[in-house]
Design a protein around this ligand. Sequence first.
Ligand code: SAH
Length: 203
Amino acid sequence: MRVQADLVADLRRQGITDERVLAAVAEVPRHLFVAPGDEERAYHDIALPIGRGQTISSPWIVARSIAALGPLTDGRVLEIGTGSGYAAAVLARCVGQVVTVERDAELARRAGTILSEIAPTVDVRTGDGLELAGELGPFDGIVVTALAQSRLPTELVGALTPDGVLVCPVGDDRVGTLVRYQHGESVGLAEVTFVPLVRGTRD
Ligand code: SAH
């Protein structure tokens, strides 16, 4: 049976070097965030279905996205797309404060229950992250875990502090590029697949 340390070894082999992120992956019990019956697959570097048409992201994409924020030890960070809550739990061990927003009320409720045990400082909100970002911001970092269609959402750029960093996958339907935006410049980091970023909420 694989455990967290096996994931950390996989991530190192795939070029993740941020020790803070690797330590967080070593600590967070991913088997508590997957669907019942999938626990044995939790420590493989794969995305898995979590119901409601959504997935828990692969550990590599979680690690790559959080590492791309840079060192925000004291920073306030927004995650858009709580999903299972796994990435929020990893993020909470890497930055100062985490607010995570999920548009699907059922997923937000489930994630909130697990996060209250595993990462109790995380603030879980139900809503459209694109709408709430401005209201809840400004943020030192924003990490989006669903694919923005065609371009970086301007609302998110507007919700950053002057030195703030936005990490967001951008593309078409489910396939695109993980983009890091800071100080008006965008850099493509990797080719990725994600569920789409959708406006509005779901009960
Ligand atoms: N970070 C998650 C993976 C999330 S999958 C994890 O670690 O498990 C992407 C999630 O983004 C889905 O749950 C989807 O409902 C949510 N989502 C999509 N568009 C959104 C939006 N505009 N605001 C908030 N959440 C959104």
